[in-house]
Write a protein of this length. Structure first.
Length: 457
């Protein structure tokens, strides 16, 4: 895997290179601190103080350059605003078009600045994580809290990027007004906040702001909770990676798996005691029959979680097959007159629990903008399954035989769920799309020139 420092360097805007966080220098300094502490030539307190000072200097360099560039952008927008005002008296189509292009040029430079802040936020997060991991400190917690809560906080410029927001607002408003000059609307974007502005540069800016907000929120979260993040470099276009991974039908199949599993868990509750007693077991065995599935699920969560690191499709197929067999055994226990077959069937059902995969799929492969809805759908599917299970059992109040197989209120839950899992298995094999595991890596080089490409368009 390519080193983070090299990726960071490749993605820098060359003319601003000296203003980026010096990740290579800081990484080298962390290594030097480790050697000094190991040889006893430096104490930990001095290391913390020196590293804090170095970080402060790096952030100050970034923030001062950021403020300078914001001022230049604001000046350009102000001058364009004067030209805009002049057009109010003598509107000419070609001048309006020229002014729109001038605003778009400012937008392209704003994209460069947003990209600059984002790259530095990622670099800052990475070096803080490396320091914590190397020394076993909660330094991130200390540093982010003390710097972000100070009344003269420079780190807040990275977190909040308020000045950039004002530039985005001014740019959006003026482009919106120029667009409407060629139409019939006289309303501002503030009068119609939900009305989308049909301009590509504004769409790109909004996407960049969303990515930046996500990066800086994650940095802020690190300071609050001192979490060790994933080793790989988060790309500035995380949402694009998510969009490539996202497949609606695959998400629906994961939710269906959750729904069916919860039905499977609770469909036996109304009849488990009668079923157990009909096989010669004590009434108390009913609790074991119901609970066996939950006990087995504890173990299934472990191997399904590990398996989901490599695939989502194969665990769902395996889950469906195991649940199909488990329900068949549960249904056959009556004709075989064996309480052990009944218990083994329920254990099989628990071993087929893929809820760990369902949750992992949502967190890994669903775009951030709809992840909350997907998580809510997961909870709703679980709750709905819990409610539908006993209700479905209440509808299966019939008795008949086909050959030597008995179908009644005790065995029908097993047969019905076996058929349901068989249909689900076929559906998964036809419709599920395995997310690409190297999507993020493949996009790294393409997205490394994100800001530059936008400028050249």
């Amino acid at each position: 895997m390519v080193a983070f420092g090299k990726k960071l360097k490749d993605r820098q805007i060359q003319e601003w290179q000296e203003y980026y966080i010096n990740y290579k220098l800081m990484k080298r300094q962390v290594k030097q601190y480790a050697q000094q502490i190991e040889h006893g030539t430096q104490d930990r307190r001095h290391v913390l103080k020196d590293f804090s000072r170095m970080l402060d200097n790096q952030i100050e360099k970034i923030v001062l350059f950021l403020l300078e560039q914001q001022g230049l952008l604001a000046s350009r927008i102000k001058k364009l605003g004067e030209q805009h005002d002049a057009l109010q008296e003598e509107p000419e189509i070609h001048k309006i078009s020229e002014l729109r292009e001038a605003y778009r040029a400012v937008g392209q430079d704003l994209l460069k600045l947003l990209f600059f802040v984002e790259i530095n936020a990622i670099g800052l997060r990475k070096i803080l994580k490396k320091f914590d991991k190397r020394f076993g400190y909660r330094f991130t917690d200390y540093y982010v809290k003390t710097r972000s809560n100070h009344p003269y906080s420079q780190l807040q410029q990275v977190f909040k990027h308020v000045g950039l927001g004002a530039v985005v607002g001014a740019l959006s408003r003026n482009l919106h007004e120029l667009q409407d000059r060629q139409g019939s609307s006289y309303l501002s974007i503030y009068d119609q906040p939900t009305l989308p502005l049909q301009d590509p540069v504004i769409d790109s800016i909004k996407a960049a702001v969303d990515r930046l907000t996500h990066s800086t929120n994650t940095l802020n979260f690190l300071g609050q909770h001192a979490v060790i993040m994933h080793e790989d470099l988060p790309t500035p276009s995380e949402e694009h990676v998510d969009d490539d991974k996202y497949h609606f039908m695959s998400l629906l199949l994961n939710l269906a798996n959750t729904f069916l599993y919860m039905i499977n868990t609770y469909i036996v509750v109304p009849t488990a005691d009668d079923y157990s007693m009909s096989l010669g077991a004590a009434p108390t065995v009913c609790g074991i029959v119901i609970g066996a599935m939950a006990v087995a699920q504890v173990f299934s969560s472990v191997y399904f979680s590990a398996w989901s690191n490599k695939s989502y499709f194969r665990p769902l197929v395996f889950s469906s097959i195991v649940l199909f067999l488990g329900n068949i055994l549960y249904a056959l226990a009556y004709d075989l007159n064996s309480i052990w077959i009944l218990l083994i069937g329920r254990l099989f059902c628990g071993f087929g629990s893929a809820r760990a995969v369902n949750r992992r799929y949502i967190s890994d492969c669903v775009p951030l903008k709809i992840r909350m809805q997907a998580s809510a759908s997961f909870v709703s599917a679980s709750a709905l399954g819990m409610a539908c299970g006993p209700a479905l059992a209440g509808l299966l109040q019939t008795k008949f035989k086909i050959w030597k197989l008995t179908f009644d209120k005790d065995t029908l839950p097993g047969w019905v769920m076996a058929v349901a899992w068989l249909i689900y298995l076929i559906w998964v094999c036809i419709a599920f799309k395995e997310p690409s595991r190297d999507t993020e890596e493949n996009h790294m080089q393409q997205q490394s020139n994100d800001g530059t490409e936008l400028i050249l368009q």
